[in-house]
Design a protein around this ligand. Sequence first.
Ligand code: CU
Ligand code: ZN
Length: 174
Amino acid sequence: MKTIALVFAAGAAAAAAAAQPKPAVTHAIAVLIPGKDSKVAGTIHFKKEGTGVHVTGALTGLAAGNHGFHIHEFGDCSAADFTSAGGHFNPAGNPHGGPKDAKRHEGDMGNIEATPDGNGTVDYVDSELGFDGTKSIVGRGVIVHANPDDFKTQPTGNAGGRVACGVIGVAKAE
Ligand SMILES: [Cu+2]
Ligand SMILES: [Zn+2]
């Protein structure tokens, strides 16, 4: 009788676990690695805030000035020049633009400005980014470019080569 009771309890626990929905992602993270001939590295956090996502982080090893900063379609940093990350993440089929444009690629996060000592930080809330459905940035790539994004040239912003790459993953709970 005891054995039967244990088996029943285990079965009920498994059923309860299966019925529970997966917890929604509210915090994702990308650790960026430098490309060939680059020293650019850093960490970018993505945290759900209201209906958007709060993007924060810091990079080192940059040349002074602005650098295009995007989410690209693939979380694939395997190629030496990071072309494996594909083009800008663009699930809505929009033209390229800047983060404040009404129509833009979802991945168009603008520029990161580096100080003369090579440090760049980002801290803004992006209303286009999300963690759910076709808009989900989880599993996509973050790319930092050698040159500034002009927010106009299609489809890349003319931002030049790719100097750092990271994969957006689910962050460990704090
Ligand atoms: Cu890019
Ligand atoms: Zn774009």
